[in-house]
Ligand binder design. Structure first.
Ligand SMILES: [Zn+2]
Length: 320
């Protein structure tokens, strides 16, 4: 059987730590062909993941094996008054070799900390620069709907402080409407929405969104609630994945060990990859149902082809 090339489009790292050995071990042991490292915006949330320089360095040292998505810097709070040049930040990242920009700005707690809407005019020159150059954005918007629900919010999420139901956070619908606001202004923007845009519980809405905005994609980085939803209606989702096989991108949220648990973390990362592959490639019983057993052509696009196309080629749909 022909081997499908696999690229993990959504991997995180830690600043100040060299993870090149871990990356090499993971690629070899998990059968990955390449990894794309996503940095996280500076001084919103998760500063340990602001990783622009390290990601660019790893890319340079591992050509064709490591890709780098940089992120924006919010340490100058003048951005709130439109005084920070985000387009200039992006330009410098691309000149330094970045493949795209990772935005966490639309994660519910990050958006609260940000203090401006995702479609604020403060971002217009940035989005415009990205659209003009057909540079890709990997963007986290929203969260699973349970995170707003005091009864249904999972304990692991509450423990991480990820409960959005106290009235101080933007609602899921507000985050979606700000996203529509971005795309309304910049309809050709090439955005991959992380974690399936948190629409795995609503297949109709997922397909309406992809039909409306022709240059956006979803990544299938877990949240296992996604795979719970997918596997429960595996025949519907199998048809969806085949139909939109140019709009879905493989990713994991894997990361190197944050402390001294190298072997355990390596094992966890490998297991995440093999669970996702089982779901895509087989009809094995799993989670709430079974896998979706995709055809080879769809697998090739989802597992690497769509990512490579997103970072390399200009727009598919020039509509004016
Ligand atoms: Zn992530």
């Amino acid at each position: 059987m022909h081997k499908t090339m696999i690229i993990d489009s959504h991997f995180h790292a830690y600043s100040g730590k060299d993870c090149s050995g871990f990356l090499r071990d993971l690629m070899e042991k998990a059968g990955l062909d390449a990894i794309s490292i996503a940095s996280i915006p500076k001084e919103l949330v998760h500063d340990e993941h602001f990783y622009n320089e390290e990601a660019l360095k790893l890319k340079k040292e591992n050509p064709g094996k490591v890709y780098a998505f940089g992120s924006l810097d919010y340490s100058d709070k003048g951005y709130l008054r439109g005084k920070v040049d985000f387009a200039g930040q992006a330009k410098r990242l691309f000149e330094a070799g970045a493949d795209g920009i990772k935005m966490l700005e639309g994660k519910t707690n990050a958006r609260k900390a940000l203090g401006i809407p995702l479609d604020s005019p403060i971002y217009d020159s940035f989005y415009s620069y990205m659209q003009e150059n057909a540079f890709p954005i990997l963007m986290h918007v929203a969260d699973p709907e349970e995170f707003w629900d005091p009864v249904k919010a999972p304990d692991w999420a509450k423990k991480r402080g990820w409960f959005w139901g106290d009235g101080s956070f933007p609602s899921k619908e507000q985050l979606y409407s700000e996203t529509e606001g971005i795309l309304g202004k910049f309809p050709k923007l090439k955005i991959t929405f992380a974690h399936f845009f948190f629409l795995s519980a609503d297949i109709g809405r997922a397909s309406r969104f992809l039909d409306k905005w022709k240059n956006v994609s979803f990544d299938i980085t877990p949240g296992w609630e996604m795979y719970d939803n997918f596997s429960r209606s595996s025949s519907d989702w199998s048809a969806f994945f085949k139909n939109y096989n140019e709009r879905i991108i493989f990713g994991t949220d894997n990361a190197p060990p944050s402390k001294d648990n190298y072997a355990g973390q390596l094992e966890r990362c490998i297991s995440t990859i093999s669970k996702i592959r089982d779901f895509l490639e087989t009809d094995k019983e799993m989670l709430s149902g079974k896998g979706i057993s995709l055809d080879t052509a769809s697998l090739k696009k989802i597992c690497s082809g769509n990512f490579l196309k997103a970072i390399r080629s200009p727009y598919e749909n020039h509509s004016g």
